[in-house]
Structures are given as structure tokens and as C-alpha cells.
Write a protein that binds this ligand. Structure first.
Ligand SMILES: [Zn+2]
Length: 596
């Protein structure tokens, strides 16, 4: 690739950062045979076709064709540039990069994100020391203790305190030589409107660092101590490292337990989340006021859990959220249930008053989202004639939002039975709602920026299967490369992309089956990289005999093509079809060049 980072450094990083580790931090993988498989993060699918090879250190999706090495994965999944991916992995593995060898633009791309992470880290240390070691933090500690939070939880989530005053961070930046414009970019300070200079965004607040799956601080939330002050909660704005529709509070602490149980609890606030963890329900994340997006749900499904339980403090809140998100969950094939706590109780207050067992009683009684909506609507409107009409009216939109036609019709039948009305009457209303240009699923919050199918590049599909198999064989059984060269097999290739790749392999023959990365290093074209990953991932077991068989098959097919062409020429001559004849002769000429 066109970068200044030396090859030996790249190799060092690649060796140190196991692709299986890196991918499994973001996608749930299962060992199948010698490879790992999971649901592809780059397209929507229900059965896993995303494969990661530990021995080859590559990934490949048999569904959408995405593929490459660990850098390709990070570039695509995290939406970062190549130098950023290199830098992120190097940092993780403790490998020093010779930055002076990068071009200015590469340095800049790497350094801005790095600097923002670094600033957040320093600011978190400041907030922590304010909470734990400064007199200013005493009342915050007291407040947290009064609410019942243990020191262990406060430490696990790295809570801090932003002291009173307008320029604590501004002064910290000066002291730590952090450029103020970068602190502004991190969302920590705000330019003054009247005069020059900046002021602190967070003042006199308990601070919650928002941490991503790799435990980097990407943003902050702050809560006032005194109930009168407004706003009660204040969050960082979106920044180059903080994307609200892709971030869930507590995900770093929740992922293990989510994987273990297959269930994720979704709560709303910081304190709810802390209370869940303190009561041993560690498979919990919080949305922090933003509504759930398909980006959130995809993240949870791919990485962590197949079932989500949304926890609400009342029927009304539950109904609202269920209406909004049923389509999103169903379309990502995540089962969703609504847990409703007694009126006026949020998870925080409920858990501290009633404990874990009582919470689980409510959780186990949770209804599926559609059933919940049906029952709530029936409760609200009754089963009179008018009531039934209202129930159908209320449910037609959420039902219309379900893309999967089988699931949709199952629920429509269920509703028809519950109301004792004809299925076709409901179907008609749902159909009308689907056709309405109102709020349809496609209008809902867009998913992760870099992610899935709609933006995915078209994978390369080899028109010539035999040629693709020959190149796959060269990658998977390098011992055959000299024979391929001697027999000049590549000269007969018709597919330009495969031919280029085969020639590259001939000029730099791989030393072993697992030596795919040195091949990838020579190629910057993304579709070529994906092609290599797909060819390398094939499951054929090559040996000398099977290779020779394939080569014989390949040569025979070429011969057959030649004969076919001659026959077609004859017929065209007979029919006086000059146009076709001209085309065929040109084709024959091409073949002659290839075989000559
Ligand atoms: Zn895919």
C-alpha cells in the first residue's frame, strides 16, 4: 500500500495483533473447524458466512465478499484510514512506529484521533483526582454514597468530578500543553461568544466517561449534583471519535456477560446502568437519551446478544419505545422484550429498594414487543367495537415497520385472533400503512456510517470459475507455482483481474500456505485484496495430484473453447453473418496470441 510505514513494522504489528482477537472484540465469533465464523458486520444476514482464519490471519465473507487482513477489517469496521488502523494496532501491541517516515497527511490523520483520545485520557485523570483526592469532590463522593453506589462501581466506571468554575480545563490544557482548539474538538471546552477564549463545558458535575469496546475514552456525560440546576444531564457533542448512533454507555463492561447470556438489558440513564452492574446484572448498556438506532442494534447483535430487553419505568414509556423500535429490532433479527417496572420506578430506584431477584421476576415476565403493544392497546381501548378499531389503528404502523413478511403475517394473525376479527381486515390496514410515505423503516435513523450492505463495494465475482480455482490453488498450495509457470498456464487466462493476480503470485511466490499477508502487502486495490482473501479461504485440500488434475481440466476447457470457436466461425461463414464472423475472428486472434 502507498504508505511510508516500513514492511517489517507492518509484519511485526500483524504478528502481534491476532486478527481473531481484534475481530472478536467487535463481532461474536464461534470456532468452526480451524476457522472462526460469525454474522457479517458488513451486510445483513441471519446465518453466519463471515469467516476469520487464525492461521492465515485474514477474514472473508462468503456472503458479500468483504475480505482482507486485520488492517482492512479495522478500516472498514471502525471507519478509519489505513494509517489510523496501523497506529491503533501498534499502540495496542506496544509497538513504536517511526512517525517521521509518514507523510504529513498520514501523520495528521493518525494524530488527530490519537490526540483526541489522549486529551480525553488526561481530562479523565483530572476529573478522577478531583473526585477522589480534592476537597471539591467530597460532596460528589457523598452524593454517590448516599445513592448507594459502591466505591468498586465508581472505580469500575471511572467516575470523576468536574469542579465549579469556568476555566479549570482551560488551565489544565495550558499546563499539559494541550492545544485549545483540540480540546474544543474533543467537546470539552466551548469558545466564548462575546470575547476571545474558551470556557469549560462541564462544571460542577459528576462526570461519566463514555468508553468504547477497546476501552478508550470517547466522550463524557455530566450530571449536576443539585437537583435544581439545569440541564440535569449534559453530554459531549459528536466529535471525530464520538458517534452517538454507534455508542452505548457501558458496552465495554457488558460485552462478556452479554455473550455469556445472549441477552442484553437496555436502560436509559447513567445511574440505571451503574445500578444494574452493582446488582450483578452486568449484561446491561444505556442509551443516554438518544433513541436506539439500527447502528446500536447491529452492534449488539453482531457482537454480543440475540435478545434485547428494554427496561422502562412505566407502560407509557415502554409503549412509546416499543412503537419506535419494533421495526428496527425485527429487521436486525434481534428478539426484543419490554420489561416494565412498577410505575415511578427506574432500574436505579427499583434495584436499590428491591434487589436483583425482584428485578429478575419482572424481567422474566417481560413480553415480546409486539405482544406487549397488543396487550397495552387492548388494556387501553377495550374490546368493544370502537376499541378494536382503535387497537388496530394503533398497531398498524409498528406492524407495517416489520420488513420480514413471514414475521409480519404471524403477528397480524395473532392480533386478529386476539381481537376476534378477520385477518384480512387488519392486513388491509397494515398494507395501507406500509404504502404511506410516513415514518417507514427506511426513514429511521441511518445505520453506522461505514457499515453495511448499502455502502458495501460490489465484491468481485470471478466469471471464470476454473481460473479462480487455479489462482486459489496457487495461494493455498504454493508448491505448485513453479509447475504453473513452466506450463505457462496463466497465459491462457481470460479474466484480467485474475491474470494480474496470478502474475503477481508468479513474481513473488508465497513461501507457505499461511503467507497471505506478504501478498496482501503488495496490493493496495481493495477489490483485489478482497479477491485474495476469498481465494485463500477456499476449503479445497490440495496435493500434487489434485493440482495436476485441475491444470489438465483447465487446459481441456481451453481446447474445448477453441474448438467451439472454430465451429461457430464455420456456421457464421455458412450463414453469411459478417458481423458475427468478424467478432469471432477477433476472438480467435486473441486466443492465438494467448497460445502463441
Ligand atoms: Zn458480508
Amino acid at each position: 500500500m502507498a504508505i511510508q510505514i516500513p514492511q517489517d513494522k507492518l509484519a511485526e504489528i500483524r504478528n502481534a495483533a491476532d486478527i481473531v482477537d481484534i475481530v472478536s472484540e467487535r463481532v461474536a465469533l464461534k470456532k468452526t473447524g480451524k476457522d472462526y465464523t460469525g454474522l457479517c458486520p458488513f451486510h445483513s444476514e441471519k446465518t453466519p458466512s463471515f469467516t476469520v482464519s487464525s492461521t492465515k490471519q485474514i477474514f472473508h465473507c462468503f456472503g458479500c465478499g468483504a475480505g482482507g487482513d486485520v488492517f482492512d477489517f479495522l478500516i472498514r469496521f471502525d471507519g478509519i484510514s489505513f494509517p489510523e488502523a496501523v497506529q491503533a494496532l501498534a499502540r495496542r501491541c506496544g509497538i513504536q512506529l517511526p512517525t517521521r517516515q509518514m507523510s504529513p497527511s498520514e501523520k495528521q490523520a493518525v494524530s488527530e484521533r490519537e490526540k483526541l483520545f489522549d486529551i480525553n485520557k488526561k481530562v479523565l485523570a483530572f476529573y478522577r483526582s478531583q473526585l477522589l483526592r480534592q476537597p471539591a469532590g467530597e460532596k460528589a463522593c457523598e452524593y454517590l454514597a448516599n445513592r448507594g453506589f459502591s466505591q468498586e462501581i465508581i472505580d469500575r466506571f471511572g467516575l470523576g468530578f468536574a469542579p465549579e468554575g469556568w476555566d479549570n480545563l482551560v488551565r489544565l490544557c495550558r499546563k499539559e500543553q494541550i492545544p485549545l482548539n483540540l480540546a474544543e474538538k474533543a467537546g470539552l471546552i466551548v469558545p466564548r461568544t462575546s470575547k476571545t477564549g474558551y470556557y469549560d463545558r462541564f462544571r460542577n458535575r459528576i462526570m461519566f466517561p463514555i468508553v468504547d469496546v477497546t476501552r478508550q475514552v470517547i466522550a463524557f456525560g455530566g450530571r449536576v449534583l443539585d437537583a435544581e440546576a439545569k440541564p440535569k444531564y449534559l453530554n459531549s457533542p459528536e466529535t471525530p471519535i464520538y458517534n452517538k448512533s454507534r455508542s452505548l454507555y457501558g458496552i465495554h463492561a457488558a460485552k462478556e456477560k452479554c455473550r455469556e447470556t445472549g441477552i442484553v438489558y437496555i436502560v436509559e440513564g447513567y445511574f440505571d446502568l451503574l445500578a444494574m452492574h452493582q446488582h450483578g446484572i452486568a449484561n446491561s448498556v444505556a442509551t443516554l437519551g438518544t433513541s436506539l438506532t439500527s447502528g446500536h442494534i447491529r452492534m449488539l447483535r453482531r457482537g454480543y446478544a440475540k435478545k434485547a430487553r428494554l427496561v422502562f419505568d412505566s407502560d407509557t414509556a415502554g409503549i412509546k419505545a416499543a412503537h419506535r423500535s419494533i421495526g428496527l429490532f425485527m429487521n436486525e433479527s434481534v428478539d426484543v422484550e419490554i420489561v416494565v417496572l412498577p410505575a415511578g420506578e427506574d432500574p436505579d430506584s427499583f434495584l436499590f429498594a428491591n434487589g436483583q431477584d425482584a428485578f429478575f421476576e419482572h424481567a422474566e415476565a417481560a413480553k415480546g414487543a409486539v405482544e406487549f403493544l397488543i396487550e397495552s392497546a387492548v388494556d387501553a381501548h377495550g374490546l368493544s367495537m370502537q376499541g378494536k378499531i382503535r387497537v388496530v389503528d394503533e398497531l398498524k404502523q409498528p406492524l407495517a415497520d416489520i420488513q420480514d413478511s413471514v414475521a409480519r403475517s404471524v403477528y397480524i394473525r395473532h392480533l386478529a385472533e386476539r381481537l376476534g376479527v378477520d385477518e384480512s381486515a387488519i392486513l388491509e390496514r397494515v398494507r395501507a400503512a406500509r404504502n404511506q410515505p410516513g415514518r417507514a423503516p427506511q426513514k429511521q435513523v441511518p445505520s453506522a456510517p461505514k457499515a453495511p450492505a448499502e455502502t458495501a463495494e460490489k465484491p468481485y465475482s470471478a466469471k471464470n470459475r476454473v481460473e479462480a480455482r487455479v489462482v486459489g490453488m496457487m495461494i493455498q498450495y504454493p508448491e505448485i507455482v513453479p509447475t504453473i509457470e513452466n506450463q505457462q498456464i496463466i497465459d491462457y487466462f481470460e479474466d484480467i483481474q485474475l491474470k494480474e493476480l496470478a502474475e503477481l503470485i508468479l513474481s513473488h511466490p508465497p513461501k507457505s500456505t499461511d503467507d497471505i499477508s506478504q501478498l496482501l502487502n503488495r496490493i493496495s486495490d481493495n477489490s483485489q485484496r478482497q479477491l485474495i482473501a476469498s481465494l485463500a479461504m477456499g476449503e479445497e485440500c490440495w496435493d500434487q495430484t489434485s493440482c495436476e488434475k485441475l491444470m489438465a481440466q483447465f487446459k481441456a476447457s481451453r481446447k474445448r473453447r477453441h474448438q467451439e470457436l472454430l465451429d461457430q466461425i464455420k456456421t457464421a461463414e455458412k450463414n453469411n453473418d459478417h458481423e458475427l464472423l468478424f467478432k469471432l475472428l477477433k476472438e480467435k486472434q486473441k486466443q492465438a496470441v494467448k497460445s502463441g
